[in-house]
Design a protein around this ligand. Structure first.
Ligand code: PRT
Ligand code: ZN
Length: 292
């Protein structure tokens, strides 16, 4: 049977759930080669000093805090709920959701003060208790492990605190959100002692550089286009890219080829303006990794 490699650092990821596919895709995008997770407790990377442990997401903060593993990838919601001492290294921009207070639509309740003295069902009892205590509202927190959203209809609770992403589960159960307890996304966390170990820290830094390269790339599109010479100054200021765009001559002295990167959030506005300024043959591609 394969064993953990003593020279390798250890990373815990969710075995089978909402974060699994994106986490595995991220690890593969940063160039790690490892066997598929199915039926496996752990994998050894063939080309990087890392072993991957597959566990239930709820156990990840604890494993990291206890030093069973050096690193974990898990929702921030679970890190907060666990109350463990781990170091958050890098939010990873997937698994976005919010932990929200929601009430039956017909209840007429509009704010958390109106929940005074009532029962709140949740799978996040510690976070929920702390939240209401901070807001000085006395509630009775009931811990439910699954299907929290049906508890008001069953008469078990007057309100819930649950994770929401699209909101369709709330709608389906005639619930409306009235407050956000926290916003969450998937995150890389570390054991505080591991990041003080010079050998481990060097490996973790290499991994984080790779992760950052993938995260940065997701914010940009790579664009190639032909522009009339007269538009060059405009294009240079509108699409500064990362430093300045690459401008190449063409056989026609009046036309140039420009290569640049445009931020995702302003992409369509910039493209429309470029077309107004005579840009033609605009080719766009996504960037897989980016190091600046
Ligand atoms: O088996 P294991 O314990 O590992 O997994 P799990 O079933 O406990 O967790 P899983 O796979 O459901 O979720 C893993 C992580 O994904 C969570 O800890 C969050 O960080 C993140 N995440 C993102 C979500 C959601 N979005 C989400 N919508 N986790 C759960 N939900 C549930 C929510 O509880 C509710 O039941 O989806 C429902 C609502 O979804 P919408 O889209 O209708 O709002
Ligand atoms: Zn879980």
């Amino acid at each position: 049977m394969a064993k953990f490699n003593g020279d390798h650092i250890k990373l815990a990821i969710q075995k089978d759930g909402r974060l699994t596919e994106d986490t595995r895709a991220l690890l593969r995008t940063v160039g790690l080669h490892f066997e598929s997770y199915k039926q496996r407790l752990f994998s050894i990377c063939r080309n990087f000093p890392l072993d991957i442990l597959y566990v239930r997401d709820d156990d990840i903060p604890e494993y990291v805090a206890e030093g069973v593993v050096d690193l974990g990838i898990v929702g921030q919601n679970l890190v907060v709920e666990s109350g463990t001492k781990v170091t958050e290294l890098l939010p990873l921009n997937y698994g976005h959701c919010s932990l929200m207070v929601a009430v039956p639509a017909e209840s007429g309740i509009e704010n958390i003060q109106q929940l005074e003295g009532l029962k709140i069902a949740t799978s996040y009892p510690l976070t929920t208790t702390k939240y209401f205590a901070e807001h000085k509202v006395n509630v009775n927190v009931i811990t439910i492990s699954g299907s929290v959203e049906i508890t008001p209809a069953l008469g078990v609770s007057s309100a819930i605190v649950d994770l929401v992403s699209t909101g369709s589960s709330l709608k389906l159960n005639d619930l409306v959100p009235i407050a956000t307890v926290l916003d969450s996304q998937s995150s890389l966390i570390a054991n505080p002692t591991s990041i003080e170990n010079v050998y481990k820290k060097a490996i973790i830094d290499r991994l984080m550089t790779r992760f950052r390269g993938v995260l940065a790339a997701a914010d940009y599109k790579y664009v190639m286009m032909n522009i009339p010479r007269s538009a060059l100054e405009y294009v240079s200021t509108t699409t500064p890219g990362l430093k300045s765009p690459t401008v190449l001559p063409t056989a026609d002295a009046e036309w140039m080829v420009v290569h640049t990167a445009i931020r995702e959030d302003m992409f369509w506005d910039v493209i429309e303006k470029l077309k107004e300024h005579g840009a033609q043959g605009i080719l766009v591609s996504s960037i897989e990794k980016m190091f600046v």
